[in-house]
Design a protein around this ligand. Sequence first.
Ligand code: UT7
Length: 332
Amino acid sequence: MSKIRAAITAVNGWVPDYVLTNQELEKMVDTNDEWIQSRTGIKERRILKGENKGSSDIAIEAIKGLLDKRGIKPEEIEAVICATTTPDMVFPATANIISDKMGMKNAFGYDVSAACSGFLFSLVTGSKFIESGQYKKVLVVGVDKMSAIIDYSDRATCIIFGDGGGAVLLEPDESGNGIIDSILKSDGSGRHYLHQKAGGSLKPASIETINAREHFVFQEGQTVFKFAVVNMAEVSAEVMERNNLKGEDIAWLVPHQANKRIIDATAKRMGIGSEKVMMNIDRYGNTTNGTLPLCLWDYEKKLHKGDNVMLAAFGGGFTWGAVYLKWAYDPS
Ligand code: UT7
C-alpha cells in the first residue's frame, strides 16, 4: 500500500478592504516611504476596521471561499487548527469560534500559538492527523488582526504589520504528492526580543500596564532580523539537503513575509532565483500567521501538480521551520 500523505487540496485568503499606505503612516509617526520600502519592502498593508470584529471574522471570509472552491459543505470538515497570535479572546480558542460561525458542526478545533511560525507548525500538526488515517478533511487556518496589538505611535513596529489570513484544506493523497518533510524548531531564550509584555498570567491587565503601553507588540528589530536571516536559511537548507534537492529542483519558495531583505537572503542561501520566490509583502506587510496562506492564495494559479514547494518561517518565541511538499493540483 502506498504511503498516505497530507496534501493541500484547496487554499483561500482574505484581507480587509482598508489600505494603510506608507504615506498615511508618515502622518502618524516620524517615518517616510523611502525608509519603509528600502528597509522592509512594504508599500501598504490592510487594516480591519469596525467594532466587534476579530481574527475569526477574517478567517471565516477565507474559509467560505475555500469551501466554495472545493465544493464541500462545512459539516464535512473534521478538524480546525487555527494559528493566531491575536485570538478573538484569550479563551476559548478562535478555532471554536470560527467553527461555530461557519457551521462546521462536526469539527473539533484548537489554536496554535507559535507567532509567525504558527501556520507552519499547524500545517505539520494537521498533516499528522491525515497521515494517521483517522481524519480525511483537516482545515489549517493562519490569521491575525495585528492592528489590535500594534502601537500606532511606535514607528519601529507600526510600519511592519497588517491584518489578513487564509486557510488550506488537507486531505489524504496516495499518489506521491503532499507534505514530504519538515523541520520545526523553537528557542525560548529568544522570547525577550519579540513579545507582548502584559495581558497574560504573568502580568495581567491593569491600569499600570495600559498606561505603560504593554499590551502592544514589543520588538528588538535588529536582533530578530539577525536570528531570522540565519535560522530561516539554515533550516530550509537542511530540509533541501536531506531530500537531495538543489535550488533548481524547487519550483517555489514560500517564505514568511517579515522583511524583503530576510526573504532575499534566504533565497540566496538556498540557490533560488527571485522569480521563484512568492512575495506579497509590498501589499500586505507582515500579517504574522497570515503570510504563508496569503502567498499560496495569491500564487495559486501558478502552482502545478508535482511542483516542489518549500515553505519557511521565522518568528517570535523564537520559532522557526521549513516544510517541503509536492503541490497536489493544477490551476483550474
Ligand atoms: O515576523 C516576525 C519576525 N520579525 C522579523 O523578522 C522582523 C525583523 N526585523 C526587521 O525586519 C528590521 O529590524 C526592522 C524593519 C524592524 C528595522 O530595520 P533595521 O534596518 O533593523 O533598522 P534599525 O532598527 O536598526 O534602525 C535603524 C535606524 C534607527 O535610527 P538611528 O539610531 O540609526 O538614528 C532607527 O531609529 O532607523 C530608525 N528607524 C526608523 N526610521 C524611519 C526605525 N524605525 C524607523 C521608521 N522610519 N519607521
